[in-house]
Ligand binder design. Structure first.
Ligand code: HEC
Length: 174
């Protein structure tokens, strides 16, 4: 394959816009999310009741905001889960203004395969409740992360029940 430099040379004195990008990293990379993105919940980093990671490798900033969620914004790539079949991912900037770029997911798992049942601002959980409408209660104060007692409608799950659900994620046995 010919080098980009060669392409610039044969193109003459006026480099195309694409040539000026050579060597630069994308400041707003797309956060790709497929069913394969989701694995064993306890392989992620524990944060109080939930687990978190960063799909773009920026785990340090994700954990920094998680430690002090009062109004700070999670970085793109943040993946957070409380229970194995529900997840929220901070997508690239500009993905969805109505959810501050969070994408919500309701998953299922069988025969070694994760399936994305619903995703986005319209995603609903197993009770048919809309994820975003509950989490919106703390959109400004905690960048959409509810945790217990911050104004989201209560899930009525004790920390013990949450832990049991996490420890029984079938994907952890794969
Ligand atoms: C009835 C309101 C409600 C609905 C509907 C709801 N959540 Fe939550 N969610 C909560 C509350 C409250 C917590 C905190 C629970 C705790 O830590 O005890 C929570 C916790 C979470 C967490 C861990 C981080 C945090 O916000 O504390 C994630 C991730 C999450 N929910 C994703 C989802 C997804 C995805 C859906 C839809 C499939 C969903 N939720 C539907 C209320 C809701």
């Amino acid at each position: 394959m010919k080098s980009p430099l060669f392409a610039v040379l044969v193109a003459g004195c006026a480099p195309s816009p694409a040539d000026s990008d050579v060597g630069e990293t994308d400041p707003n990379p797309t956060v790709e999310v497929t069913a394969e993105t989701f694995g064993c919940i306890t392989d992620m980093e524990p944060v109080r009741n939930y687990y978190a990671t960063n799909l773009l490798g920026n785990i340090a900033e994700t954990l920094e905001v998680a430690e002090d969620p009062s109004g700070k914004r999670f970085p793109a790539g943040t993946l957070i889960q409380l229970v194995p079949m529900e997840a929220m991912v901070k997508r690239e900037a500009g993905f969805a203004a109505e959810t501050d770029d969070w994408e919500f997911f309701f998953l299922s798992y069988s025969d070694g395969q994760t399936t994305i049942e619903t995703r986005g601002a319209d995603a609903t959980n197993s009770f048919g409740d809309n994820c975003a409408s509950c989490h919106a209660a703390v959109s400004d104060t905690r960048d959409w992360t509810c945790e217990d007692g911050n104004g989201c409608v209560d899930l009525n799950l004790t920390p013990e029940v949450i832990q049991a659900l996490q420890q029984n994620d079938a994907r952890c046995d794969e």
